[in-house]
Write a protein that binds this ligand. Structure first.
Ligand code: NDP
Length: 459
């Protein structure tokens, strides 16, 4: 008989928590998961999944327009926001149900309650009950951080609310220049909003390869997004039926909604972590080692709450590795290198490995291969559209350090490129690979002319 109610108690039924619970239960552990909202977490309920559905919705606008170049006559198209919201709701409810069914099948007990830590082995539920567990896993994810803290910020929405707005915003202001900001600016502009995007930096997507940032900003401008670098709101107030946003340059802008997308913060407030003695970083993230263990040996944490790489597949890997290591008797350490990522703007970004800027900081000699071309589809559609591909190579070893793409299906390409890059492929390996014609991706194996060589210390 165990001295505890459970072998594992998981707080949070998002991507990382659900995976850890299922795998641990598969190893025979007695597992419970507490979730105060809906099973599935940010990714399923108000993140990646609904976002991608809205991205698909937004892309029909250009498909209808482009069809004319291929001989189709398409009657004027119209878009109904409520239909999209309802269809999205149905799909995420289905997915949430699958997550719950899988937990159930694995024998995991689901508890619809908020859970707070009371000690190294004990958790208090909002139902009033206290339970004990040999191991506790915190997988509570993150939540939107609403910066800057200006008067009237409570009138703005975050990515939590944007999916379910009662009324489609004809005029939308997006604050921020990161993943969430550019994705929603791109989606809403195509669905018919007049979008203004303000952000503090000189360009969107800080940290991404510079060429991609410039090309994306250009494409967003063409799609009708008014990009305003170096500008932030200073006040939001109601003005009739609209919201009046005062901006840092002294101007004002009337819009229907203000979407604040200035980052996400680890969801650790009020969880009782301090009481349990768990070490936190200044931003509230739980400090863990490579096995996802905190300084309190019985408490572990995975996913966004640890603020390592805040992406769903990373949280899933961390949750799985935790369960393998702690309950499966095999030590698995997650490799956080070579993580591919995509930004689902239109055109989208797919990227894996080092940007040119990071490679030049880390390596003595860096070679750049770059190609900008018009995708085949754009020849008949007449769309002014450019695809950008860039390969960053170590000048000494010929190893491919990074690949960065802007254009159709670049997310799909980045996923596959992550395999050779992780395996240490060289530029010569890329060159030796037969092209598949006609595709855009063939450009990745036919780029022969070096665009630039950067040697440290040489201009
Ligand atoms: P990001 O960290 O990507 O971007 C935050 C943005 O807010 C940046 O433009 C940043 O500016 C700005 N900002 C930060 N603090 C302030 C402040 N105090 N005042 C004004 N502006 C500020 O965060 P997101 O919210 O877009 O996304 C959160 C995370 O979610 C991402 O990091 C990513 O891991 C994940 N995500 C991934 C997606 C995908 O894979 N496709 C999609 C959506 C989210 P600056 O550039 O100047 O620092």
């Amino acid at each position: 008989m165990s001295a505890f109610d459970y072998d594992l108690f998981v707080i949070g039924a998002g991507s990382g928590g659900v995976r850890a619970a299922r795998i641990a239960a598969g190893y025979g552990a007695k597992v419970a998961v507490a979730e105060e909202f809906r099973i599935g977490g940010t990714c399923v309920i108000r993140g990646c999944v609904p976002k991608k559905l809205y991205v698909y919705a937004s892309r029909f606008r250009e498909d209808f327009e482009d069809a004319a170049g291929f001989g189709w006559s398409v009657p004027p198209a119209s878009f109904d926001w409520k239909t999209l919201v309802a269809a999205k709701e149905k799909e995420i409810t289905r997915l949430s149900g699958i997550y719950a069914a899988n937990l159930d099948k694995a024998g995991v007990e689901m508890i619809a309650a908020r859970a707070t830590l009371e000690g190294a082995h004990s958790v208090r539920l909002s139902t009033g009950k206290t339970v004990t567990a040999r191991v506790i896993l915190v997988a509570t994810g993150g939540a939107p951080a609403m910066y800057p803290a200006i008067p009237g910020v409570e009138l703005a929405i975050s990515s939590n609310e944007v999916f379910d707005l009662e009324t489609f915003p004809k005029r939308l202001m997006v604050v921020g220049g990161g993943y969430i900001a550019v994705e929603f600016a791109s989606v809403f502009a195509r669905l018919g909003s007049q979008v203004t995007q303000v952000f503090r930096a000189e360009n969107v997507l800080r940290g991404f390869d510079e060429d991609l940032r410039v090309a994306l900003a250009d494409a967003m401008g063409h799609a009708g997004v008014a990009l305003k670098p170096g500008l932030l709101p200073t006040r939001i107030e109601r003005a009739g039926g609209a919201l009046r946003v005062s901006l840092s340059d002294g101007s004002t802008c009337d819009v229907d909604q203000v979407l604040i997308a200035t980052g996400r913060a680890p969801h650790t407030k009020g969880l009782g972590l301090e009481a349990a003695g768990v070490g936190l970083r200044q931003n509230g993230a739980i400090i863990v080692d490579e096995r996802s263990q905190t300084n309190v040996p019985s408490i572990y944490a995975v996913g966004d709450v640890t603020d390592r790489i805040n992406l769903t597949p990373v949280a899933i890997r961390e949750g799985h590795a935790f369960a393998d290591t702690v309950f499966g008797g095999k030590e698995v350490i997650v490799d956080h290198r070579h993580v591919p990522s995509a930004v689902f703007t239109t055109p989208e970004i797919g990227t894996v490995g080092l940007s040119e800027e990071d490679a030049r900081r880390e390596y003595e000699v860096v070679d750049i291969y770059k190609s900008t071309f018009r995708p085949m589809k754009a020849t008949l559609s007449g769309r002014a559209e450019k695809m950008l591909m860039k390969i960053v190579v170590c000048g000494h070893t010929d190893k491919v350090l990074g690949v960065h793409i802007l254009g159709h299906e670049s997310g799909e390409m980045a996923q596959l490129l992550a395999i050779p890059i992780r395996m240490g492929a060289t530029k010569a390996d890329f060159d030796a690979t037969m092209a598949l014609h006609p595709t855009a991706a063939e450009e990745l194996v036919t780029m022969r002319t070096r665009t630039a060589r950067h040697e440290r210390g040489k201009a």
